[in-house]
Design a protein around this ligand. Structure first.
Ligand SMILES: [Zn+2]
Length: 66
């Protein structure tokens, strides 16, 4: 399971590496470039599902079980 994700800020468009917690969904993430507080899009469980290049650990586990 991958826990290192690349988040792309929807405001400034810059990328940043972030480590995802494996036991919970992270709902907020502050952009290190512009300071924007990222929140999940509607229907997504966490900021990683909305803005990162890979899904969060709970979603990855779900995908593996299918
Ligand atoms: Zn930003």
């Amino acid at each position: 399971m991958k826990t290192e994700a690349i988040l792309t800020c929807p405001k400034c468009g810059k990328k940043q590496e972030a480590t995802m917690p494996t036991d919970a969904c992270q709902h907020f993430y502050k952009c290190i470039h512009c300071g924007e507080m990222l929140k999940p899009k509607e229907g997504d469980c966490c900021v990683f599902c909305s803005y990162a290049d890979i899904k969060c650990p709970p979603k990855q586990a779900e995908a593996l079980q299918k």
